[in-house]
Design a protein around this ligand. Structure first.
Ligand code: C2E
Ligand code: MG
Ligand code: MG
Length: 690
């Protein structure tokens, strides 16, 4: 309680001497303290000194007591109980200090108001004394707990509504709090009539004059809903909406945690390669349903300690901590791939997936979480383009390959748009009479900065990313245009185009493109398919062969004997020719085994009514062997490398008149750069030796 000595103005009304629980008020603009008698009988005005005025104006929002001494007709000691009441306004109740009842009544009124606030405030308030006993338990606490404040005063606060598991911790907190006295916040679960609620407590020490007057005021707010809301938001941010799997963010968070702890982690990136085509075919909703099935299959396929997440679209990530051997990872990867190899049903449609999985390990292959994801990505890209099983463990060279692959992807799109692709043509020469009636169109990419890029470098990449579909259509158009242009010159050359297994499986308009090409050049177009088409999608491959044959196109089985050739398969296909892979031919040697194989294949092919074309013929010796075996056609550097269209025309014109069915004007000798075709040295473009 502050004490002020008040000196009244000259004329202080006598009523000031009879003050008893009057209201007092004081303003910002005047140093006059107004005392108004209850019942509105009158007002007394006391002039304060500037110090006294400043003390009153220092009163805040909490009720305080100020003792003042006024000199009116006689000395009067007043007790002002009050606080700030408005903007530039202070007020409360005033009593004479010797009027104990009046002072008490004023204090009671003020304190009662404060106590009532504690009771009614819209947050939980529990006041605890030094012995951890309850001193206040406000109305909100009563409502939430179903207990009455009156019954709780003096009992152990921790036992009140904290679960047993949290009592010891809370006791320790409060004890240290009484020692240190710093406010702190804590969040605890609390049993209530509504079940367990999470309460955020703000604990503050209130010190009285004596030690036993020190209390902790715990004010709490129920944050159960807020936490649930936050949890929902977190779930939304970290869960994939469709599959309910953790998303890429959640996967990344977990990975970072493990890596930060220095724990070994195995990480896999999986991509559904034909997702884009499936989405085009099924639409977004159904393809998302398919991804849900994929997610379920993945979760089933991997051991329980693997975290499966969907990074978005067709991409999933799998991770597990602990040291894992290559063999173990390959086993998990194989399980995954065989789970995805089954037939999926979406909206009554049977769907087959192609997936690629890249696997990397921390710390063996990467130093950070980011690095590990990149390593697994690099392995996955290698799996996309190389690994037949669709599973690839990380190897250090793959990062460069990935970088190159990504570069190729972007450049290849430009290549199409900017007409950097070219078709070159390699003749197929009759081993009977040396004539050339057919050429194979082989794609070349003339990159403006690095020159010619061979198809083996970019076709696998184009197949992996799906851009092969567009490239394939371009090839058909360009080949048809060239065949027509030759025909217009009087040079009737059939052109065979290579059709990738991916085109057959994923381009729904492939046959339309072939028909358009066929029509454009009056049917001078054939196709070459590899056996991989039957592995990729056997049904689609058969359908494409049938449709091509119906158009009148020849269908050549390319690279026969290179991989998983099935002689039996040939019988059921409407092919026109097989092309013996150059691995059969290369080296030129005439080993008895090779001889026996070539003999068997060529007689089988002949028996089936198929022409046989030998690829990669580089020597006369080999040509002779093939001729004796009855192989009808040969293609290879012995005759010519692939040539740009106009160079090929010149080359043809220089062959013996019988080598090409061409008009006289084309037969005029044309010098071509390095046109020593028989040595296989034709290199019309200095940057490319094909
Ligand atoms: P392929 O269809 O088997 O083509 C034959 C490949 O053997 C060509 O390689 C050709 O240049 C090469 N070659 C021909 N004769 C000889 C020889 O005597 N010795 C040797 N060592 N090689 C010879 P190229 O042009 O590099 O094409 C490689 C592969 O790229 C092709 O193999 C084909 O699978 C693919 N490819 C080329 N053009 C296209 C295309 O337009 N579309 C598709 N989808 N693939 C294509
Ligand atoms: Mg070919
Ligand atoms: Mg071939």
């Amino acid at each position: 309680m502050s004490e002020l000595v008040l000196s009244s103005r000259a004329a202080v009304p006598a009523a000031a001497e009879d003050l008893q629980s009057d209201r007092w008020s004081f303003g910002q603009d005047s140093d006059d303290l107004m005392l108004s008698h209850d019942m509105g009988i009158g007002t007394t005005c006391l002039r304060l000194t500037s110090t006294q005025a400043a003390t009153i104006r220092a009163l805040g929002a909490a009720t305080e007591c100020v003792r003042i001494t006024a000199r009116a007709t006689r000395r009067v000691e007043l007790v002002l109980v009050g606080k700030k009441t408005g903007i530039g306004l202070w007020g409360g109740l005033a009593s004479r200090s010797d009027d104990a009842e009046g002072v008490m009544a004023a204090l009671q009124k003020a304190l009662g108001f404060a106590e009532q606030i504690v009771s009614e405030v819209n947050s939980l308030v529990v006041i605890i004394d030094r012995n951890h006993k309850v001193r206040r338990f406000n109305r909100l606490c009563e409502e939430g707990s179903g207990m009455r404040e009156a019954d709780l005063i003096g009992i152990d606060a921790h036992k009140l509504f904290l679960p047993a598991s949290h009592q010891a911790e809370a006791r320790a907190h409060i004890a240290s709090f009484f020692e240190k006295g710093e406010s702190y916040e804590t969040s605890t679960p609390v049993d209530s009539l509504l079940g367990q609620r999470q309460i955020q407590w703000r604990n503050k020490l209130i010190r009285g004059s004596a030690d036993e007057d020190t209390y902790v005021v715990c004010s709490g707010i129920d944050i159960t809903e807020e936490l649930a809301g936050k949890r929902r938001l977190y779930e939304q941010a970290t869960k994939d909406r469709v599959t309910r799997l953790p998303n890429g963010l959640a996967s990344r968070q977990r990975l970072e945690e493990l890596v930060d702890l220095g724990l070994p982690v195995a990480f896999m990136t999986l991509v559904v390669l034909n997702y884009r085509q499936l989405r085009g075919m099924l639409g977004l909703t159904q393809s998302e349903r398919l991804m849900k099935q994929v997610a379920d299959a993945l979760v089933q396929a991997v051991p329980a300690d693997w975290m499966v997440s969907r990074a978005g679209g067709p991409e999933f990530q799998l991770q597990a901590d602990g040291t894992r051997s290559d063999a173990e990872l390959v086993a998990v990867g194989d399980e995954i791939l065989s789970a995805l190899a089954k037939t999926f049903m979406v909206a009554g449609v049977q769907v087959h997936l192609q997936a690629a999985v890249g696997v990397a390990r921390f710390p063996d292959h990467a130093v950070t979480a980011d690095d590990l994801e990149m390593a697994a990505d690099a392995a996955m890209h290698a799996a996309m383009t190389r690994s037949r099983s669709g599973l690839q463990l990380y190897e250090s060279r793959m990062r460069e390959e990935l970088a190159e692959g990504l570069w190729l992807d972007s450049q290849l799109r430009e290549a199409l748009a900017r007409e950097q692709l070219e078709l070159w043509y390699q003749p197929k020469v009759s081993l009977v009479d040396g004539t050339v009636e057919t050429v194979e169109a082989l794609i070349r990419w003339n990159h403006p900065e690095i020159g010619y890029i061979a198809p083996d470098r970019f076709i696998p990449r184009a197949e992996a990313t799906g851009i092969i579909v567009e490239i394939g259509r371009w090839v058909m158009q360009a080949a048809a245009r060239q065949a027509k242009s030759w025909a217009d010159m009087g040079l009737s050359l059939r052109v065979s185009v290579n059709v990738s297994a991916k085109q057959v499986a994923h381009d729904p308009f492939l046959i339309d493109a072939l028909k358009a090409a066929h029509d454009h050049c009056d049917g001078f177009i054939d196709v070459e398919l590899t056996e991989s088409s039957f592995l990729e999608d056997g049904l689609a491959a058969r359908a494409f062969i049938e449709s091509s044959r119906a158009l009148g196109c020849g269908v050549h089985l390319d690279d026969f004997g290179a991989g998983y050739s099935s002689l039996g398969q040939l019988a059921g296909l409407d092919l026109t020719a097989v092309k013996l892979d150059r691995s059969f031919i290369a080296g030129g040697g005439d080993s008895p085994k090779r001889h026996a194989l070539l003999t068997a294949i060529s007689s089988l092919a002949k028996g089936l009514g198929l022409e046989v074309i030998a690829e990669g013929v580089e020597t006369e010796e080999m040509a002779d062997v093939l001729r004796r075996l009855g192989v009808q056609y040969a293609q290879g550097w012995l005759y010519s490398k692939a040539l740009p269209a106009e160079v090929l025309a010149s080359w043809l014109s220089q062959q013996r008149p019988s080598t090409a069915a061409m008009s006289d004007d084309l037969r005029a000798p044309v010098r071509t750069p390095g046109s020593t075709a028989n040595s296989g040295e034709i290199a019309p473009h200095p940057t490319l030796q094909m």
